[in-house]
Design a protein around this ligand. Structure first.
Ligand SMILES: Nc1ncnc2c1ncn2[C@@H]1O[C@H](COP(=O)(O)OP(=O)(O)OP(=O)(O)O)[C@@H](O)[C@H]1O
Length: 464
């Protein structure tokens, strides 16, 4: 059908075939504005049949209301490209891009117009905006993603931690909210990751938000997100909150005790209903998130003081894990010492080891900063260490002052010199070892020193 018109228009069969294979609509008119060719895609996009337009002048077509605009006359005069939106009589909205085709003298002899589907373009535009939103969302989410620790870098050797890990694995499999309790540096962050790893959500996102570091006036928008124009200073596009970003995954709310009271009510609602509403919006959005919360505050005390809502507290502690301080799990201290010395020796290309006495000091020390302190301390010992085997004398005075030595009071320690403290410690250690093993040779073997050293020191301290 289109074929018949081509042959009368001066467009060769070859040209005709070329425009037929193009994926865009094509409309060709001559310098007078006479329509000489269109392709099938043109018919499809505009809803017009070729016989309705071919052989007709664009001005006539506009006059009859078949076209809303004509690009041809202006392009013929200016010799320049022009684009416009065309609404055809069938109501189709298309984008026109017209180009002049000139003869050898530079005179415009044809106008070639490409016709594109505007609705397709707007769909593509919407998709791009959506993709950009997703990229922004993931970039934001990434900021809160902590590198997942390699499982072999964690040490759970003490009986207390092994039992706790069994409980953790059982809880992880359920989707229950978990409350992690424990002093600073005990490993709440590590265990939050473990819960995620052992859960069915392990392949989804794990997001962490430290409630103590986000300014109070931003916590709500960070968590819930906001809509366009929700408040002054808000991004014009609006923003998804962390609850949405963590959808299908796990959200770790660290330092939950720092959440302001008025936000605690909203958080409770999210935990119960798994629904959120952006700030500045009324639309309810469903989320599917597993919550883990942690704090080193005594939440029960906070509830009593009216700083933490009791309903939220009870909702959070559906499953709680109390991580004991390091001083109460000595089995971990020895294993961690070896692991951390290995880690930092290989990092700093050193070969620093430690004596049995040093291990004893580590076991007796209270570690107020728990695993974090132990880790950092060993790093500094390796970095600054000169000797191959560190001895008690190489340890800082505060470690010896705070030792759990029943017979000396802390006040008394502060008046002593480091030498005196080391001597006291050595005497105490030797006394305990001799009491326990009842044999100088056995003590020498356990403490990895000569028998003669044991006898010499025992004599010096009047222990014989
Ligand atoms: N069982 C463990 N094995 C090896 N390293 C550990 C272990 N537990 C904790 N750590 C290390 O100790 C440091 C502190 O751990 P983490 O951040 O999990 O403690 P936290 O209880 O969350 O501390 P805070 O309350 O201060 O946030 C980290 O470097 C972590 O890798």
């Amino acid at each position: 059908m289109t074929q018949d018109y081509w042959s009368n228009s001066g467009i060769s069969g070859l040209h005709q075939q070329v425009i037929e294979v193009l994926s865009e609509g094509v409309y060709i008119s001559d310098a007078e504005g006479m329509t000489i060719a269109v392709n099938s895609m043109y018919e499809q996009l505009t809803g017009l049949k070729c016989k309705e337009v071919i052989g007709k002048n664009v001005k006539e077509l506009v006059g009859k209301g078949i076209y809303s605009v004509a690009l041809n006359p202006e392009i013929v005069v200016t010799g320049e490209h022009k684009s416009s939106v065309q609404i055809t009589k069938t109501g189709q909205k298309v984008l026109l891009n017209g180009y002049p085709i000139c003869d050898e003298s530079g005179k415009v002899c044809f106008v070639l117009t490409f016709v594109r589907d505007i609705s397709l373009l707007s769909r593509l535009k919407e998709q791009i905006v959506e993709q950009q939103d997703t990229i922004i969302k993931y970039r934001e989410a990434n900021k809160h993603c902590k590198k997942v620790l390699k499982s072999n870098s964690e040490i759970f050797k003490s009986k207390k931690m092994l039992t706790l890990m069994e409980k953790l694995k059982r809880i992880a499999k359920t989707d229950a909210t978990v409350l992690l309790l424990g002093e600073t540096g005990v490993g709440k962050d590590v265990l939050a990751h473990k819960i995620h790893e052992y859960s069915a959500r392990r392949n989804e996102l794990f997001l962490k938000i430290d409630c103590s570091t986000i300014p109070e006036n931003l916590i709500e928008s960070e968590l819930f997100g906001y809509d366009y124009g929700a408040f002054s200073g808000a991004s014009t596009k609006g923003k998804a909150g962390l609850f949405e970003m963590a959808d299908k995954g796990t959200l770790f709310l660290d330092e939950i005790g720092e959440i302001p009271l008025q936000l605690q009510v909203k958080l409770l609602r999210v935990l119960q209903d798994q629904e959120i509403i952006h700030i500045g919006s009324t639309k309810v959005r469903k989320v599917d998130v597993r919550f883990i919360a942690a704090t080193n505050r005594n939440l029960e005390e906070e509830v009593k003081k009216g700083r933490f809502r009791s309903d939220l507290y009870y909702r959070l502690r559906v499953a709680d894990l109390e991580i004991p301080p390091l001083r109460e799990r000595k089995g971990d201290i020895s294993a961690m010492m070896r692991a951390f010395f290995d880690k930092y020796n290989s990092k700093y290309r050193k070969q620093i080891s430690f004596t049995k006495e040093v291990e004893q000091v580590f076991l007796s020390y209270k570690w107020p900063g728990n695993v974090r302190q132990l880790d950092n301390f060993i790093q500094s010992l390796v970095v600054t260490g000169e000797k191959k085997a560190l001895d008690v004398q190489d340890l800082p005075q505060y470690m010896l002052i705070n030792l759990n030595m029943e017979e000396d009071s802390a006040d008394h320690h502060q008046e002593k010199s480091l030498d005196q403290l080391v001597r006291d410690y050595e005497k105490n250690l030797l006394k305990k070892a001799l009491d326990q093993y009842k044999s100088g040779s056995k003590v020498a073997e356990v403490l990895r020193v000569d028998r003669s050293t044991i006898f010499r020191k025992a004599k010096k301290y009047n222990l014989l």
